[in-house]
Design a protein around this ligand. Structure first.
Ligand SMILES: *[C@@H]1O[C@H](CO)[C@@H](O)[C@H](O)[C@H]1NC(C)=O
Length: 547
């Protein structure tokens, strides 16, 4: 029994190993950084690319990766593939593990899948100009926050390379845990993006899922076509038939004197607005020779401050009811209107048709980023023709690490919660102290034994406590009523706990607090789904990328 079971187990393990080994042959490139990368990866010597790459363990694990070790630097590093990959041949899977150990506020964390060196670059001078086939991975800065997928495609008519960006890309996961990013390109032009093995986006390489589209518009506005001089694009014109009515007085002023206004009583016609300050004295160091004759400074006439006004009284003005202003003809539809001018469309000389995009070959992998945060760790970089291999690597290399990190995080949250709980216990203790004091009040003596019983129950049972806390005010109110209005009311009104909570938001409610946390988590998760838009902050990197 024992023997046969282990035998079967052995067989299963062996077969799965063999299957895995067989599919591994579809792997074009795999680096798990179990050995120092020095020698396999070449650091760019290009000026500006001074960021120091390190060989470091992932925090909390015995597993090494390729680490971005300094903030606010540009980084360049590249490794050749043993053989070139033609993404036009079958399925291509691009995958890597990424851990943002210090988070990511502003920086790239993407990979570039580079053209053969014959296209005009070398690893030692690898920089933003080095030609790539595909760029894939997270990028965040300002309002940019996306998992890029860009492919460069040569227009066969113009010979120009165009960068085609995935529209509405998924958002990267911005926490400090290990994550795995996967892009799968299928022979049917479908692109699939996965994060942690979960599908986040599918797109068609030849469709408007990409901006600009691979296939350009069939027609374009004729650059030679110019708007004719006499083109009438006025939709409305002043009515030429209309004329100014005879009684329309264009000269009538907007404002006229208010003849009904009267000079306020007590107006001081002969008082000036300002008078000499009689309290002012000539400064001792005043030199008549140099400074001229001294005059006391002026102050507001105190008599005017008391009176409604001083000096000559003038009538105020008011709006003129006869005012009409300049006459203008009303607008009518322009009978000669020709519409908004647009140049005529001509066939686009750069237009072409394709069944499949002509993806460029991949001969090397490069990381060429500019980041404000260090602590970015790359690991398990894979290029394969087999999705199953990528899935297997996720299970064996990413999942165990992620699970450990999740567990650790959960333990930390628990610790946090228990701290909160003990704080709640503290509050509860104080509440009960008060409640016990209330129970001592003479007018409650009749109910004392019941209240004590209730409080005792509450102190040992948290859920009961909540209902007690909710019930006590009701109980007290009832008691007051019965004291004030005598024995008319026989018993406390029956109020459900729900209703109490609804009406009384002050009622402590642990469950509610948890709900709030859950909602917050949910919104964060949803936020992770919201698909980013092209943003101006991308310009910083775009300028480096564009050729
Ligand atoms: C393309 O191929 C993949 C893999 O075979 C498949 O999952 C997907 O549904 C296909 N997409 C289309 C649009 O046919």
């Amino acid at each position: 029994m024992e023997f046969s079971r282990s035998f079967v187990l052995c067989g299963v393990v062996l077969i799965s190993c063999l299957v895995f080994a067989a599919s591994l042959s579809d792997t074009v490139f795999y680096d798990n950084f179990d050995e120092n990368w020095d020698g396999r990866w070449i650091v760019s010597q290009s000026s500006d690319y001074g960021g120091k790459w390190k060989y470091e363990k992932s925090e909390g694990h015995e597993d090494y990766g390729l680490l971005v070790s300094e903030p606010a630097k540009k980084y360049g590093i590249a490794a050749d593939l043993a053989e070139e990959v033609d993404p036009k041949d079958g399925t291509v899977v691009l995958q890597y593990n990424l851990r943002l150990q210090k988070g990511l506020e502003c920086g790239g964390a993407y990979l570039k899948y580079l053209l053969p060196q014959a296209a005009g670059w070398t690893p030692s001078d690898f920089n933003n100009e080095s030609p790539y086939s595909i760029m894939f991975g997270p990028d965040k800065c300002g309002s940019t926050n996306k998992v890029h997928f860009i492919f460069r495609h040569k227009n066969p008519m113009s010979g120009k390379y165009i960068e085609h960006h995935l529209k509405n890309p998924p958002m990267p996961v911005n926490d400090k845990l290990s994550h795995v990013y996967t892009a799968v390109i299928y022979p049917n032009n479908t692109l699939k993006l996965l994060i942690d093995g979960e599908e986040k986006k599918t797109a068609d390489l030849l469709s408007s899922d990409f901006e600009p589209t691979v296939i350009p518009p069939e027609t374009i506005p004729d650059p030679e076509d110019k708007k004719p001089e006499d083109w009438d694009d006025r939709a409305k014109i002043p009515d030429p038939e209309a004329s100014k009515p005879d009684d329309w007085d264009e000269e009538a002023p907007r404002e006229i004197e208010d003849l009904e206004a009267e000079k306020p009583e007590g107006w001081l016609d002969d008082e000036p607005d300002e008078v000499d300050d009689v309290d002012a004295v000539k400064p001792e160091d005043w030199d008549d020779e140099e400074d001229g004759e001294w005059e006391p400074p002026k102050i507001i006439n105190p008599k005017c401050e008391e009176a409604p006004g001083c000096g000559e009284w003038t009538r105020p003005t008011k709006k003129n009811p006869a005012y009409k202003g300049k006459w203008k003809a009303p607008f009518i539809d322009n009978p000669a209107y020709q519409g908004i001018w647009a140049p005529k469309q001509i066939p686009n000389p750069e237009y072409f048709v394709l069944e499949k995009p002509n993806l460029e070959p991949i001969a090397a992998i490069g990381i060429e980023i500019w980041t404000m945060q260090d602590g970015i760790l790359f690991d398990n970089i894979l290029v394969s023709h087999d999705e199953a291999v990528a899935a297997e690597y996720r299970e064996t290399t990413w999942k165990p690490k992620f699970d450990v990190e999740k567990e650790k995080e959960a333990a930390e949250v628990k610790l946090d919660d228990s701290e909160k709980a003990s704080a709640v216990d503290g509050i509860k203790g104080k509440v009960f102290e008060v409640l016990h004091k209330i129970a001592e009040l003479p007018f409650l003596s009749k109910y004392k034994s019941q209240i004590d019983e209730l409080l005792a129950k509450g102190e040992e049972n948290a859920t009961v406590t909540l209902s007690i806390l909710a019930t006590i005010p009701i109980l007290l109110l009832t008691l007051f009523y019965s004291l004030i209005f005598g024995k008319k009311k026989k018993s406390a009104p029956v109020v459900s706990e729900e209703a109490i909570k609804k009406d009384n938001p002050v009622v402590p409610d642990d469950a509610g607090a948890n709900k709030e946390e859950a909602v917050e988590e949910e919104t964060q998760e949803q936020a992770g789904e919201i698909e980013g838009e092209e943003a101006p902050a991308a310009v910083r990197r775009r300028t480096r990328r564009d050729t």
